[in-house]
Design a protein around this ligand. Structure first.
Ligand code: HEC
Ligand code: HEC
Ligand code: HEC
Length: 234
């Protein structure tokens, strides 16, 4: 919590977030809990920023995300165990690559891979640019691409991820995956805490007062970018 009023700026306890007893987390302390074939294919796929092909059995290091940005070179990726110490970075949060996670996309701004370069160091890009909504082998959520590249005119709110009701263009990863390190049960809109689904403050309840992702039912009840999900199924 500490000093900042906007939730996206607040500092969290990494020991709590990354605890392997949590329902979901980036696998720093122990391998992760998403062992689906689609998760495996997602990590094996390519992207313009790809550095490493981790697997669902991998353990990763803080410096794979908070690492030396000068070594983020897909043509000659550093070894997984390389010295990546982050004494400085051109990217916020001593991140190894760019990540847009606070300023929402204004209406009509197109998708750009560079906004999510950090994620694409390890995750494939293809699932996030397929706007068809058809099932794919490399994601359990076939509407990833639709949200990230194909809602550029939806909503009339502002562009702060911390303001309820904001959102007017293509979505950011962090609107649905708000805290990246890990989470216990009762993440926002996610009682199970699974899959790092955690809705940002700009996402609000629907007209029934529901704000929930239900992983078992594969459905969402909420309002986002002016659109009510009451619920919507995938
Ligand atoms: C999967 C990528 C990833 C890994 C692995 C990771 N981080 Fe982060 N970390 C991020 C991102 C993304 C942010 C948000 C940056 C921002 O918006 O300022 C962040 C922010 C932070 C912050 C500041 C805000 C906060 O959440 O407290 C601290 C401190 C931090 N990380 C420490 C760590 C430590 C320590 C480790 C290893 C034990 C670690 N991180 C591993 C991606 C990662
Ligand atoms: C250094 C490599 C690395 C980076 C960078 C990275 N991830 Fe991951 N991520 C992984 C690995 C490995 C897994 C698989 C964990 C598992 O099998 O449970 C994973 C899993 C996930 C999951 C699923 C978690 C679950 O329990 O189902 C989400 C969501 C996710 N990552 C989002 C992101 C986003 C968003 C970014 C960018 C902000 C990002 N990741 C950056 C390595 C990375
Ligand atoms: C509109 C909400 C939403 C947005 C935006 C979003 N995700 Fe997800 N993501 C989900 C949901 C829901 C799941 C869980 C699907 C399941 O397991 O049923 C998920 C799962 C994942 C996983 C686990 C593997 C998989 O796909 O099954 C990864 C990795 C991931 N997301 C990365 C990202 C990245 C990177 C971005 C941005 C480029 C992003 N997500 C944007 C909702 C979203």
């Amino acid at each position: 919590m500490l000093s900042y009023s906007q939730p996206s700026y607040q500092k969290q306890d990494k020991g709590v977030e990354l605890n392997p007893a949590n329902p979901s987390y980036h696998p720093v302390q122990a391998p992760g809990k998403n062992t689906t074939a689609k998760m495996a294919a997602n990590l094996a796929g390519s992207s313009p920023y790809k550095l490493w092909n981790f697997t669902t059995d991998s353990v990763i290091r803080c410096v794979h995300c908070h690492g030396d940005y000068r070594l983020a070179t897909p043509a000659a990726p550093p070894a997984g165990n390389a010295r990546l110490a982050p004494h400085t970075s051109r990217y916020r949060g001593l991140l190894m690559n760019n990540l847009r996670d606070r300023v929402l996309k204004p209406k009509d701004e197109p998708y750009a891979a560079a906004d999510f370069a950090l994620c694409y160091q390890c995750h494939a890009e293809a699932p996030y640019v397929d706007k068809s909504g058809d099932p794919r082998s490399d994601t359990n959520f076939p509407f990833h691409g639709m949200h990230v590249v194909d809602i550029k005119n939806m909503g009339s709110g502002g562009t702060s991820i911390d303001t309820p009701g904001d959102g007017q263009g293509n979505a950011l990863c962090s609107e649905c995956h708000y805290r990246l390190h890990g989470q216990g049960p009762n993440a926002r809109g996610n009682p199970s805490g699974d899959r790092l689904v955690n809705f940002a403050p700009n996402v609000t309840a629907n007209s029934n007062g529901d704000l929930e992702w239900d992983g078992a039912q594969r459905s969402c009840s909420l309002t986002c970018h002016g659109v009510e999900h009451n619920p919507k199924q995938y």
